[in-house]
Design a protein around this ligand. Structure first.
Ligand SMILES: NC(=O)C1=CN([C@@H]2O[C@H](COP(=O)(O)OP(=O)(O)OC[C@H]3O[C@@H](n4cnc5c(N)ncnc54)[C@H](OP(=O)(O)O)[C@@H]3O)[C@@H](O)[C@H]2O)C=CC1
Ligand SMILES: O=C([O-])CC(=O)C(=O)O
Length: 265
């Protein structure tokens, strides 16, 4: 009989709720605990009546922690879980843009003799980029284009009215590290591309608010010893959060299924 992997899901918003739905009835993966801020416990309990809901990962009975919550949740929940020896799957990859944070995560995983897995999320080509890095990369550029409403509540609002934006506007140009720090809910992909490729400081990022698009469009252009590639993803946003692409949910579920599948792809 297949042993069930008992999951603690950190975050129960747009991604978390969809992950829960897709894992419902899975013979090998079961969300047994949900971790949300204290004020959100009652609402999360309604979404997952069978799960233990609280504001900390239970200290026992958890085989895997899955983060779909935001940068702060990595420090709060992922680091201690790793140090206790529980493997973790992380969606908020942009958290690693804070100086020294990637090293902190690694140290916690080493201390717990376990592993933290960063999912590709809304972007494709991470396997190719990470493989190409082994041969040597010369340049990696990432462009993130989203409808103006996806940039609400971010520094993109400074000096412009997103509601009346008439044409596409570059709201950020700089390194992946700066992008991920300034746009923690919109530029996790920039961090992921950089961590797989040329690093947080050498990956060139442009972020664009575009009233002509209804999709989250991600472009990666990479050149190196392997040759070159140009990839464009035209992602549908989740209805529950226009900042977030539906593919992020599927990427999380794929990562979880691959952990237990006899044949993984
Ligand atoms: N790698 C990728 O491609 C992508 C990564 N992401 C990452 O995933 C995160 C979640 O996205 P999404 O589901 O759309 O966001 P939502 O805002 O819809 O949901 C976030 C959920 O996490 C909870 N939460 C917030 N802070 C904490 C915390 N410290 N501990 C536990 N729970 C917490 C929220 O609770 P409450 O509502 O009560 O605050 C809410 O339930 C994003 O912030 C981003 O970092 C997103 C898109 C793509
Ligand atoms: O979901 C997306 O399209 C990308 C995103 O928000 C991020 O990179 O943080």
């Amino acid at each position: 009989m297949t042993a069930i992997t008992r999951i603690a899901l950190v975050g129960c918003g747009a991604i978390g709720t969809s992950v829960l739905e897709l894992l419902h009835g899975d013979p090998a993966l079961k969300v047994v605990a949900i971790v949300v801020p204290a004020e959100g416990v009652a609402a999360a309990q309604k979404v997952a009546p069978d799960a233990q809901v609280g504001s900390a990962v239970p200290a026992t009975g958890i085989d895997l922690v899955v983060e779909t919550a935001g940068h702060a949740a990595i420090e709060e929940h992922v680091l201690p879980a790793l140090a206790r020896g529980t493997p973790c799957v992380v969606a908020s990859v942009g958290a690693l843009s804070a100086t020294g944070f990637a090293e902190k995560l690694e140290a916690a995983a080493v201390a717990g003799k376990t592993q933290v897995q960063l999912i590709p999320g809304a972007i494709g080509g991470i396997d190719a980029l990470a493989a190409a890095r082994i041969g040597g990369l010369d340049s990696v550029r990432y462009t993130g284009r989203k409808p103006p409403q996806a940039w609400k509540g971010t520094p993109a609002e400074q000096g412009r009215n997103l509601d009346t934006l008439a044409q596409e506007t570059v709201i950020f140009e700089g390194s992946a590290r700066e992008a991920a720090l300034l746009y923690p809910k919109n530029a996790n992909v920039a961090a992921t591309v950089s961590l797989a490729g040329l690093g947080l400081d050498r990956t060139l990022v442009r972020l664009i608010a575009d009233p002509a698009t209804t999709e989250n469009v991600h472009t990666v252009e990479a050149e190196g010893a392997f040759g070159s590639f140009a990839l464009t993803m035209r992602n549908k946003p989740l209805a529950a959060n226009p900042k977030t692409s539906a593919l992020t949910v599927y990427s999380a579920v794929r990562a979880l299924r691959n952990r237990v599948a006899p044949l993984a792809i």
